[in-house]
Design a protein around this ligand. Structure first.
Ligand code: PMP
Length: 299
């Protein structure tokens, strides 16, 4: 696979209020966001020209900034509109959209007082996060890094800093031939993978961890609604690693991952089955609906 570098592409990036040529969207190396991880971002997907649950993503972006004690200088409506503009400027009907906000370079110290807040939005084609393995199931390693407790990190923010441990776990998993890694939280409970939430089918019911120390994904919430609409029983609870042995099906959810089946976690193997298939199909159908229909279906 030839990788096209992200800093050397044709196209347009929205930066601080205007669309500029892709290659010109640069920031200074002495930016606070780069040195101290004062950055928050989003990951969105467009289907048929519509960004799925766009305002929910823009709202989470603004909220993530507030958790990191900074205010993104645009309204949710303005961010929504900028995301649509980026998609159109790059001539994309399907694709991934990445807004990111960070503190600038007025000061370079742990202190962030007085720094300006910037916002950039890019979009690019991204067919499937896990390639063609969505229904066959991916192999997931067990990460040695744990999710921190809520009083040790801003766990509810989609904050760049939190991806340091996720990225470490993912790089190791890939080096060992796995597609992703499952992270436990500080208590040793199952939490999520490095970029997606997790669901287990146990005794015909859908079980998923309480999102008390990790991102309560927009896809996770959509899939819970779809499961309920399909008369499935959904149980949100603390999940022990021993529950992995009781599950018959396991799948991941996330904007990039969509609904992706898992066929292995450490010593446990699973066969993607009817519930995974039903929800994958229901999610694939949902994302193609108009924003109004999506809102009426999942609230
Ligand atoms: N957890 C992590 C760590 C993630 O990066 C993501 C992807 N944003 C998710 C969960 C799933 O969130 P969403 O469904 O909102 O994309």
């Amino acid at each position: 696979m030839t990788l096209i570098p992200f800093d050397d592409r044709d196209g347009w990036i929205w930066l601080d209020g205007s669309l500029i040529p892709w290659r010109d969207a640069k920031l200074h190396v002495l930016s606070h966001g780069l040195h101290y991880a004062s950055a928050v971002f989003e990951g969105e997907r467009a289907y048929g020209g519509n960004i799925f649950r766009l305002s929910d993503h823009s709202r989470r972006l603004v909220e993530s900034g507030r958790i990191l004690r900074f205010e993104i200088p645009y309204s949710i409506e303005a961010i929504d509109e900028a995301c649509r503009q980026v998609l159109a400027a790059n001539d994309l009907a399907e694709g991934y959209v990445r807004p990111i906000a960070w503190r600038g370079s007025e000061q370079l110290a742990v202190s962030a007082t007085g720094t300006s807040v910037h916002l950039a939005i890019a979009a690019w084609p991204w067919p499937s996060y896990f390639g063609g393995a969505r229904m066959q199931g991916i192999r997931v390693a067990q990460a040695e890094w744990r999710r921190p407790p809520p009083d040790c990190a801003p766990v509810k923010a989609k904050a760049a800093g939190l991806y340091m441990i996720g990225s470490l776990a993912k790089v190791k998993a890939e080096a060992e031939g796995y597609a992703d890694a499952l992270m436990l939280d500080w208590r040793g409970l199952v939490s999520e993978t490095t970029g997606a939430n997790i669901f287990l089918v146990i005794d015909g019911e859908l079980h998923t961890p309480d999102p008390d120390a990790f991102l309560d994904g927009i896809t996770r919430r959509s899939v819970i609604s779809l499961a309920k609409r399909n008369q499935m029983k959904v149980v949100e609870r603390q999940i022990q690693p021993s529950d992995l042995a009781r599950a018959t099906e396991v799948f991941l959810t996330g904007t990039a991952a969509e609904v992706t089946a898992v066929r292995e976690i450490g010593p446990h193997t699973y066969t993607p089955g009817r519930m995974t298939e039903t929800l994958m199909q229901a999610y694939d159908d949902l994302v193609l609906q108009s924003p109004e229909t999506v809102a009426s279906m999942i609230g």
